[in-house]
Write a protein that binds this ligand. Structure first.
Ligand SMILES: Cc1cc2nc3c(=O)[nH]c(=O)nc-3n(C[C@H](O)[C@H](O)[C@H](O)COP(=O)(O)OP(=O)(O)OC[C@H]3O[C@@H](n4cnc5c(N)ncnc54)[C@H](O)[C@@H]3O)c2cc1C
Length: 379
């Protein structure tokens, strides 16, 4: 079969693939490029809820479900109000994002959506072979995780894993002007585990039980902890579950991006775009896509300015601490949120701080375990 020809092929039309495609479509520089987005899924279910923060108005405001300017950080003996302005914390349902991306991209005749699963890729000769057909391109942007990161003994690996219930109650209960970033009042043994609450209205909220741990748990544990949190901590007796969400996000310093080559750029999780210490990637993806587009236009190496090595090192140390002393999570996050201003925290997590600001944040978390982890990660 003769392969179909494109200039660029984006393998995977998820978060990174669609953000990249949208940015190509918005830039006249790429109007003559033939671009394919190949994914086995037609992306017509709401498979995740993305939250991210940004200052002021943003690119996705027309499709967000809700935004908050105030958060809470809660432990058995602390309840810290996080006044985020000028930042706001925004919630976006993935289905709204997929529909928005598809309807915008379909207006451009140079974009093709192809339902196929890529099985082999030889970027040197520019050929990708899928289950149904084969495809030629001069450059591939690939969101498949092809490296076996679980077998990399040099990197630290923990998992952010969670289950969420979107619930509805009859009588108004939630204060929809505040979300709960982390509530440590209900922990699984002595692990780093907490509840995250996103009130959409006074009668509707997404409540997620979350772990940052080296282990995964049975489904029944999430259900038990969600029910206990709702009934014993929030004291809601009658609620209706309208949707559920589950996920596992790798929290690791594994260098996924090292699989990129001259004709292949790994993107998204597969390009190390998920921040190791938090599991967040939505906003990072927007910035990485902008850097990639700029590199293409300027003729720079595509990896130029894409990853921040200093931040990757801090993340690696933090992950090593959590991997070795998972019981320290509650104390570490309490120090993080009680000793720093929310704006400084968000700027740090956005990797926009200078060394002085970073030292201040590090110092607020100080524990001898960090010294051990620092040296372990240095060599
Ligand atoms: C449930 C969940 C909730 C999350 N919530 C947040 C959040 O609130 N905030 C945040 O910042 N981050 C969040 N994340 C982390 C991160 O933003 C997401 O995982 C994000 O989707 C990663 O983007 P991606 O493009 O790498 O992967 P994906 O969005 O998963 O896209 C990868 C695409 O590749 C396709 N694909 C796979 N194999 C092939 C193949 N062989 N050929 C062709 N296509 C293929 C898949 O079908 C998929 O569509 C969440 C993750 C999960 C799992």
């Amino acid at each position: 079969m003769t392969p179909q020809n494109f200039d660029y092929i984006i393998i995977g039309g998820g978060l990174a693939g669609l953000q990249l495609a949208l940015s190509f479509s918005e830039d006249p520089f790429f109007k003559d490029k033939q671009i394919a987005i190949i994914d086995p899924s037609s992306k017509n279910t709401n498979d995740k809820t993305w939250c991210f923060w940004e200052q002021g108005a943003g690119k996705w405001d027309s499709i967000i479900t809700k935004s908050w300017e105030t958060g809470r950080f809660i432990t058995p003996d602390k309840n810290i109000k996080l006044a985020l302005q000028p930042y706001s914390y925004k919630m976006l349902k993935s289905l709204n994002f997929y529909n928005y991306a598809k309807s915008n991209l379909e207006l451009n005749s140079n974009f093709s959506f192809i339902l196929d699963e890529i099985k082999t890729l030889n970027e040197e000769i520019g050929i990708a072979i899928g289950k149904s057909s084969s495809y030629k391109a001069s450059h591939f942007f690939d969101s498949r995780i092809t490296s076996n990161y679980l077998e990399d003994t040099h990197s630290t690996k923990i998992f952010q894993h969670f289950k969420g219930y979107e619930i509805e109650v009859e009588t108004p209960f939630f204060d929809s002007s505040e979300f709960t970033m982390m509530d440590f009042r209900l922990k699984f043994k002595d692990s780093t585990s907490f509840t995250y609450v996103l009130p959409i209205s006074s009668t509707k909220a997404l409540v997620e039980y979350t772990f940052f741990t080296p282990f995964l748990v049975e489904e029944s544990i999430y259900n038990e902890y969600l029910q206990t949190y709702l009934e014993n901590i929030l004291k809601i007796k009658d609620y209706r579950i309208t949707e559920t969400e589950k996920g596992v996000i790798p929290m690791t310093d594994h260098p996924f991006h090292k699989e990129s080559t001259a004709n292949l750029t790994k993107i998204g999780t597969a390009g190390s775009w998920v921040k190791g210490s938090t599991g967040y990637s939505f906003k990072h993806t927007e910035k990485k896509v902008a850097a990639l587009i700029n590199n293409l236009k300027q003729g720079n190496a595509l990896e130029h300015n894409l990853l921040n090595n200093r931040s990757r090192f801090y993340d690696a140390i933090f992950l090593d601490v959590l991997a070795n002393r998972n019981d320290m999570g509650e104390q570490l996050f309490t120090d993080f949120y009680s000793k720093n201003k929310p704006q400084d925290i968000l700027k740090y997590l956005d990797e926009e701080t200078g060394i002085k600001e970073e030292v201040k944040i590090m110092w607020s978390l100080y524990h001898p375990q960090f010294i051990k982890s620092f040296f372990r990660k240095l060599f």
